[in-house]
Design a protein around this ligand. Structure first.
Ligand SMILES: Nc1ncnc2c1ncn2[C@@H]1O[C@H](COP(=O)(O)OP(=O)(O)OP(=O)(O)O)[C@@H](O)[C@H]1O
Length: 215
């Protein structure tokens, strides 16, 4: 098990937005989180990512409380990513730079990602000037480039056209297969969940529900 959640309660002011007795997310597979708008999906992903520590209950990663240790293993790709005001190349290179990967190796890895995600033409564009869909692709590239053991994706194709969605889905599947990384993906698209996910968790009004009748 990679992630174990017990008696999780999350409030915004006095409103209970997550109330999960027990949820286990297995390692090395792709788990989908589905559910209607406002159900609590992003809130849950932020908690798993260690971005939100203001909750009650226990959230464990590899049997330990989520703390700074998770950051070296994990990356969270947001629906509306914050990219640096630097070139796309530098944005994708950044996680490698802070891990002291040599310049030559960085170049090989970044160019490989640019090709795989079909964004070579964006290489010199500034990160903050990209469209929504372009930003999502670059943000995914910035995540995949350092092969995190835990990849968290918040609606990674919400702004993406059909062709690019196919390409991104292929990359996510290959990534999981080749690296045996744990992937958690929030999606509104039930067909996408079926195409990508080994397991599916349905969140409704903050609670984990069954998926009977969903497909
Ligand atoms: N910072 C915040 N302050 C107050 N309430 C919030 C905050 N962030 C989210 N909420 C509320 O918490 C609930 C869960 O929000 P969340 O973004 O987790 O839902 P979601 O399932 O990801 O929705 P969507 O599918 O629309 O992205 C919603 O009712 C939302 O309005």
């Amino acid at each position: 098990m990679d992630i174990q959640i017990n008696n999780l309660k999350k409030y915004y002011k006095d409103k209970l937005v997550l109330d999960i007795d027990n949820l286990q997310i297995k390692k090395r597979i792709i788990t989908g989180i589905i559910g209607p708008n406002g159900a609590g999906k992003s809130t849950l992903l932020n908690i798993i990512a260690g971005m939100d520590k203001d909750f009650k209950g226990s959230v464990l990663y590899k049997g330990k409380s989520i703390d700074k240790n998770i950051y070296k293993d994990m990356t969270l790709v947001l629906q509306r990513p914050n990219l640096f005001k630097r070139s796309v190349y530098e944005n994708i290179e950044y996680p490698l730079k802070i891990r002291s990967i040599s310049k030559g190796e960085r170049k090989v890895k970044v160019e490989n990602i640019l090709k795989r995600l079909d964004i070579l033409d964006l290489k010199d564009k500034k990160g903050h000037l990209l469209s929504g869909g372009e930003s999502q692709k670059v943000s995914l590239g910035r995540a995949l480039v350092f092969t995190p053991k835990l990849l968290l994706l918040d609606e990674p194709t919400s702004n993406i056209d059909t062709n690019s969605t196919n390409l991104i889905e292929r990359e996510i599947l290959n990534y999981n297969k080749i690296n045996k990384s744990t992937v958690i993906i929030i999606t509104h698209d039930l067909k996408q969940a079926k195409r990508l996910c080994d397991e599916i968790v349905c969140i409704e009004r903050g609670k984990v529900g069954g998926i009977d009748g969903v497909f």
